[in-house]
Design a protein around this ligand. Structure first.
Ligand code: PSU
Ligand code: MN
Length: 292
């Protein structure tokens, strides 16, 4: 019997090193891989070990990124530095997309993409995630629960439109808001099955359009935190980040950790639930692409 290559799903590692506290981060990384496998696909967790870009970390490498103190959060600008200096690094959505594409992987599951931060252009400076630029140029399907509600969601969607990134809602007409199912903002297209996503992806390839496709999956109803309940914690965390003068790559990890504290870990449970849900949808999309 010849082994047929399984459909591949990339997973990121910044959520492991900076997005969730230990030991939840390590359990989640393993659980996401298990969810992908149980849906007939092969997980490829992406990260950087001693300067080597790896699409398919083994379990001890994942455990290392989950526990080591000196792991750098690596966005596109950081890639040449960690490679030259042979550092360990955790990959964001931007760098996971890029490495996945180099490795021939078309589908990637994450929690929430980075975006335009609240207060952009004001006191908070010009904080726009490199994830948005990567979506504009690297051909990978990114499955997420929308953009983190810590961001300016309307501005994030406008930016994606400007850069030509199609935003699909998975069984929804609305752009999901990470912890909450709804944002009140429309997506470009609703897809009710993996095959519908695959059809849009193939059309994009046929047209020769560059860049990725964003597939947004709302958190399951039983796991969501309604917007009005999470908003006070988000507003407080954003204000504290400003008071501390946090900048650049520090902002997102601080906000996620602070919101988890302020919500008594309710946000942590929601975050873990949506990550596993997205792993399942990504495996189903990868399977639909492989069967098409
Ligand atoms: N979503 C999460 N947890 C995370 C992130 C997203 O639930 O840790 C990470 C992703 O790796 C994303 C990054 O690419 O945060 C965005 O960081 P920045 O805003 O600095 O671009
Ligand atoms: Mn940023």
């Amino acid at each position: 019997m010849t082994a047929r290559a399984l459909p591949q799903v990339a997973l990121e590692s910044t959520v492991i090193s900076h997005g969730l506290p230990y030991p939840h981060n390590l359990a989640l990384a393993r659980d996401m891989e298990a969810v992908v496998r149980s849906h007939g696909a092969q997980p490829r967790t992406v990260g950087i070990i001693a300067g080597e870009l790896i699409a398919g970390l083994d379990d001890s490498q994942i455990a290392h990124l989950a526990t080591a103190q000196n792991v750098r959060k690596v966005s596109r600008r950081d890639l040449p530095i960690v490679v030259a200096q042979k550092l360990d690094g955790a990959t964001t959505v931007a760098t996971t997309m890029w490495i996945a594409h180099q490795a021939g992987i078309e589908v990637f599951a994450t929690g929430g993409i980075g975006g335009v931060h609240r207060g952009h252009g004001g006191a908070a400076g010009n904080d726009i995630s490199a994830d948005l630029e990567e979506l504009a140029q690297t051909p990978v399907i990114v499955v997420c629960a929308g953009a983190k509600a810590i961001l300016d969601l309307p501005a994030t969607l406008e930016y994606l439109e400007t850069r030509g990134v199609t935003v699909a809602g998975y069984a929804t007409d609305e752009f999901p808001a990470f912890y909450s199912r709804s944002s009140g903002l429309p997506v470009d297209v609703r897809c009710d099955s993996p095959a519908e996503v695959a059809a849009i992806w193939r059309a994009k390839q046929t047209l020769g359009l560059p860049g990725g496709l964003l597939v947004t999956v709302p958190i399951a109803p039983q796991d969501e935190i309604p917007a009005q309940e999470i908003e006070p914690a988000i507003a407080q965390a954003v204000a504290e980040a400003e008071q501390r003068g946090l900048r650049s790559a520090e902002v997102t990890p601080f906000l996620l950790a602070r919101i988890a504290e302020l919500t008594g870990d309710r946000s942590l449970r929601a975050n873990i639930a949506l990550l596993k849900n997205n792993a399942r949808v990504a495996a189903e999309i990868a399977t639909a692409l492989a069967n098409g």
